[in-house]
Design a protein around this ligand. Structure first.
Ligand code: UD1
Ligand code: CA
Length: 450
């Protein structure tokens, strides 16, 4: 049997009733990515085959599996008769496979590749069945690992079937199990369903296996890594663990976070060294922040690239397609969507920059709006290098402002502006000397005669 080419079977067929959701449980997200994708990503670095077991009609789960792992084979478990039955749903993959088999649960998303490797190493060390266990602060709901005096695993007891004494055991089953057995389908086929739930438990593979002379091993990991998500509170707990891990990873990589517990990251966030992040910042999916950027408080990012040394915030919003050049400044209450800003460009206050290109060192004044949408289509705004857009300007797209041009404050610009020109669009100011004083006297008289 080749240990180097394992088969990973990921179970995702459960209905997830305790989530009380119209969406399958394993599609619920942690750090912007489905739990199923987290598990598939964990095994993606290993050369091996992947089988995902889903329930009937879970087309979106199948699509997600194939999106993340294009080579994954998807099997449908006809009815949810338990975890052993679920693994057997992947029988065509099991029977055509001669190496190790590793079973993971898609509702246990925080497991790390190193830990899966440690579990597999137990097979190399001689075990036929290796179980990933953990010491639970509160073991309720988990299967308990029953060991003899020598610490050898003899069975796994589900909570509902456990005696009072067995419930006192804090060594729990994570759900991750690895097998190096001659015929896993045969082993799982011998599991019965005479238990509290009337289900075919994968966990019984231990007891059945031991009875026929197979050896077992327990590999322990930290509870944080194998939190099982059955309900929304556990989803939130898993998110918190993931976030804490990711923040530490970034801080180790040279990122300063003044209040790390208020910074929210996504599975694919990239932040370079010497970036400083003030409190209350959210990174949605698809964000890259280059070296030396300073992000002031309360900013929100999604699908954005922030160039070296830029100064961002406070209170700025970046939507998909925002590309901010090096040393650029984006200030408070500025929203940027599908817009590229050249190096050193500035939009410091209260602006909407949508579907545009802003040249290097251009200055976009307070209150500037790129009027990009006419109710039917989006249009482009181009601002040349070094142009100056006065405050409270509406740029009605499609529109182009030439390099170095000036646009006077308060203008509604509907025609292209040539490079170096001044464009003004506002009526001529009129002045009436002494008018104010006369007006006040008139008003005071009116009031007195009432
Ligand atoms: C399971 C384990 C328990 C362990 C816990 C860890 C069993 C019998 N129990 O309990 O020992 O401590 O996980 O979190 O395995 N699934 C299917 N088809 C089914 C039933 C389940 O695909 O017929 C899938 C689910 O989608 C889920 C996983 O298997 O991803 C585990 O099922 P779940 O019902 O959540 O088991 P637990 O009660 O949490
Ligand atoms: Ca579970």
């Amino acid at each position: 049997m080749s240990a180097s080419h394992p088969l990973f079977v990921v179970l995702a067929a459960g209905k997830g009733t305790r989530m009380k959701s119209s969406e399958p449980k394993v599609l619920h997200k942690i750090a912007g990515q489905s739990m199923l994708a987290h598990v598939l990503a964990t095994v993606s670095d290993v050369q091996g085959d992947v089988a995902v077991v889903i329930g009937p009609g879970m087309d979106d789960v199948a699509a997600e599996a194939q999106r993340v792992t294009p080579g994954a084979r998807v099997f449908v478990q006809a009815s949810q008769l338990g975890t052993a039955d679920a693994v057997l749903a992947a029988r065509p993959a099991l029977d055509g496979h001669s190496g190790d088999v590793v079973v993971l649960y898609a509702d246990t998303p925080l497991i790390r590749p190193e830990t899966v490797a440690r579990l597999r190493a137990a097979l190399d060390a001689g075990a036929n069945i290796a179980v990933l266990g953990f010491r639970a602060k509160d073991p309720s709901g988990y299967g308990r690992l029953l060991t003899d005096q020598k610490g050898t695993l003899s069975a796994i007891r589900e909570e509902k079937d456990a005696s009072e004494a067995e419930r006192g055991i804090d060594l729990c089953n994570s759900g991750v199990m690895a097998f190096r057995v001659p015929n896993i389908s045969d082993l799982l086929g011998r599991i019965g369903n005479a238990n509290a739930k009337g289900e075919f438990y994968l966990t019984d593979a231990v007891e059945v296996g031991v009875r026929s002379g197979l050896s077992t091993a327990v590999v322990e990991c930290s509870e944080d890594e194998v939190l099982g998500v059955n309900a929304r509170d556990q989803l939130a707990a898993a998110e918190a663990i993931w976030q804490a891990r990711a923040r530490s990873r970034f801080m180790e990589g040279g990122v300063t976070m003044i209040a790390p517990e208020t910074v929210w990251l996504s599975f694919d966030t990239q932040i370079a060294a010497d970036v400083v992040i003030e409190p209350h910042v959210v990174f949605g999916v698809g964000v890259t922040v280059e070296e030396g950027v300073r992000i002031l408080g309360f900013c929100h990012f999604e699908g954005a690239v922030i160039g070296k040394g830029a100064r961002i915030g406070p209170f700025s919003r970046f939507r998909p397609g925002a590309r901010i050049g090096a040393e650029a400044h984006i200030g408070n209450f500025v929203e940027v969507k599908n817009t590229t800003l050249g190096p050193g460009a500035k939009a410091n206050h209260l602006a909407y920059l949508g579907d545009g290109v802003v040249g290097a060192k251009a200055n976009v004044g307070a209150g500037t709006i790129f009027c990009n949408y006419d109710g039917y289509a989006k249009h482009k705004t181009e601002i040349g290098e070094g142009a100056f857009i006065g405050s409270n300007t509406s740029l009605v797209a499609p529109i182009s402002i030439g390099a170095g041009a000036y646009v006077g404050s308060g203008s509604v610009i509907t025609k292209n502006v040539s490079p170096g020109a001044l464009a003004l669009e506002r009526s001529t100011q009129e002045e009436r000397p002494g008018w104010a004083e006369k007006f006040r006297i008139l008003m005071a008289r009116r009031k007195a005669t009432k």
